[in-house]
Design a protein around this ligand. Structure first.
Ligand SMILES: Cc1ncc(COP(=O)(O)O)c(C=O)c1O
Length: 357
């Protein structure tokens, strides 16, 4: 949820707290939308990074056609927040999920779900057939994540197998080429990666169409390659997620700069025990444990060149005082850029929306 601190001093917030700079958020949303409009590719942002209906509304107002969710719970929250077109880009399995999915479909005019196993397809079909409803499904193919998804050359056979499920309507094909795009470091690599993703996914779509399937949706995209998909690349939509908030991982990948990071963790210096280190109140429970391959440490201090959290305990963040340009005293507040916003934001119930300094 969002709490507005616009026109209010950030100092009134107790720490640790998640801050989101409204102007940067708006600019990031607008930038992807404009690049995608120019490329004639629809935007269906993944909301896993912000998990906030108000941000999703900003994305829809900018021109997004709907949202993508990773989990049923996220989709339920987005539906409650007024989203009318939701794609759940994940494998759903089990009777509890099926009951929730049917309940959700009754409230969402356009709901679609990824499918990549016959077992999940059978469960969704049985649940929707019993409810007298039809569910739109998008085949998940694995073109470069080594995660879930059917192998590209098995997509046609899988689509044919889905024909035995009358309560499922095949609408398209999707993939998340995470390993490909998060392996890029230069602008040329990012542009080529976006093109390669388009080639791989549109080849699968072409196979499916040749086999007689009506493939309307070819869905890909992610943040390192956001805004780099060209007209005619083969994708009908992109599901970039992190791009609206960004994080230090994206900076270290070269995909954006710190000026593009909208989300920071506000933290207070609580101890200055030695000449080497400062302790702040943002530890693992405020910044997240996960460290990416490219980002050193657990968070970087905004406005303090070289300042970073090199070690975390549950409630303590250790800041390297030697590398910090400038000094901080007990009681000072600092903003920390998290390495990875998805898992960091997941630790918070609220984001405080603030003005740019
Ligand atoms: C299926 C799927 N689509 C889209 C995304 C968005 O990726 P990014 O955060 O790089 O924009 C993710 C991220 O994990 C994903 O799993």
């Amino acid at each position: 949820m969002m709490k507005s601190l616009l026109n209010m001093p950030v100092s009134c917030v107790d720490t640790p707290a998640l801050l989101v700079d409204y102007a940067i958020l708006q600019r990031n949303i607008q930038r992807l939308q404009e690049a995608s409009d120019a490329a004639e590719i629809a935007v269906r942002p993944h909301i896993k990074a912000h998990k906030t209906p108000q941000v999703a509304q900003m994305q829809i107002q900018a021109g997004a056609i709907g949202v993508t969710c990773a989990k049923l719970g996220e989709a339920e929250a987005m539906a409650a927040g007024g989203m009318e077109d939701i794609f759940i880009a994940n494998c759903l399995v089990g009777p509890t999920k099926m009951a929730r999915l049917v309940a959700l479909a009754k409230h969402v005019p356009h709901l679609s779900v990824a499918v990549e196993s016959i077992e999940s397809a059978r469960q969704m079909n049985d649940a929707f057939a019993t409810a007298g409803m039809v569910l739109d499904v998008i085949i998940e193919a694995d073109i470069g994540s080594n995660r879930a998804g059917v192998e590209p050359d098995a997509a046609v056979e899988f689509a044919q197998a889905l024909q035995r499920f009358p309560a499922l309507q095949l609408k398209g094909v999707m993939s998340y080429a995470g390993r490909l795009m998060y392996g890029t470091r230069t602008e040329d690599e990012r542009i080529e990666c976006a093109a390669e993703e388009g080639r791989r996914l549109s080849a699968i779509a072409a196979d499916l169409r040749s086999a007689g399937f009506d493939i309307q949706v070819v869905s890909g995209g992610g943040t390192p390659t956001a805004g780099r998909y060209q007209k005619g690349c083969g994708l009908t939509e992109v599901r970039c997620g992190t791009y609206c908030l960004n994080d230090h991982n994206q900076v270290d990948l070269g995909a954006c700069t710190t000026e593009d990071i909208a989300a920071t963790v506000l933290s207070t210096v609580v101890s200055v025990p030695t000449e080497d280190r400062l302790i702040c109140d943002a530890g693992a429970k405020a910044l997240d444990q996960a460290v990416s391959d490219v980002t050193e440490g657990y968070g970087w201090l905004k406005g303090y060149e070289g300042g970073y959290v090199y070690l975390i305990n549950d409630e303590h963040g250790h800041i390297d005082r030697k590398r910090l340009q400038g000094d901080l005293a007990i009681g000072d507040k600092v903003e920390v850029y998290p390495p990875r916003i998805c898992t960091c934001l997941n630790l918070y119930d609220y984001m405080y929306v603030v003005d740019s300094p």
